[in-house]
Design a protein around this ligand. Structure first.
Ligand SMILES: [Zn+2]
Length: 177
């Protein structure tokens, strides 16, 4: 775990304690947490082996989705798999949110209560959408994925580091992006 996190931030020289305090600044992407329905890793879908490149977070339809970190919206997705989704870049990280509720047009995602456009700068914890049923999903949930320099990570590792960092208390450290 420690080695994996060191790898995530790219250096490896920083003590894990300090790393966890960096992660503590992250915001859980669903405001009202109900549990996880699917973990990161290999899985079979209709008998076909595949890879689940994120975690599924259970939430009622319409639940508030918030940005894990400050960053820039680099893509507004609307396809048959992710459904309506957002890709947000924070330094070397990209975080992805899928199956959102609302409409998209010309790089703008609109939901009841707000809108997010491609190129927009976001604050940490900013309200970026609502949980929905768009794309390939059988029930309302948030699919949340994280890439670092193009490589998918298990977001559960990040969430665990966030929890550890909160227990240790916040420190005056540089944000990641
Ligand atoms: Zn998923």
């Amino acid at each position: 775990m420690a080695a994996a996190l060191a790898l995530i931030v790219g250096g490896g020289a920083s003590p894990v304690f300090a790393l966890d305090q960096v992660w503590a600044r992250g915001v859980f992407p669903i405001r009202d947490f109900h549990g996880f329905t699917s973990h990161y890793g290999p899985r079979r879908l209709n008998g076909v082996p595949g890879m689940h490149r994120g975690i599924d977070i259970a939430a009622p339809s319409g639940a508030t989705v918030q940005s894990w970190w400050s960053g820039v919206v680099v893509d507004v997705i609307d396809d048959g798999l992710c459904g309506i989704g957002l890709v947000i870049r924070s330094g070397a990280y990209q975080h992805i949110y899928c199956h959102l509720q609302g409409q998209t047009a010309s790089g703008v995602y609109r939901f009841a209560g707000g809108a997010v456009r491609r190129g927009q700068r976001l604050r940490r914890g900013q309200w970026i959408g609502r949980v929905g049923l768009t794309g390939r999903t059988t029930g309302p949930h948030l699919h949340w994925g994280i890439r670092h320099n193009g490589q998918w990570l298990d977001p559960a590792r990040i969430l665990r580091a966030m929890a550890r960092g909160r227990r240790q208390g916040h420190a005056r450290v540089q944000p990641l992006g």
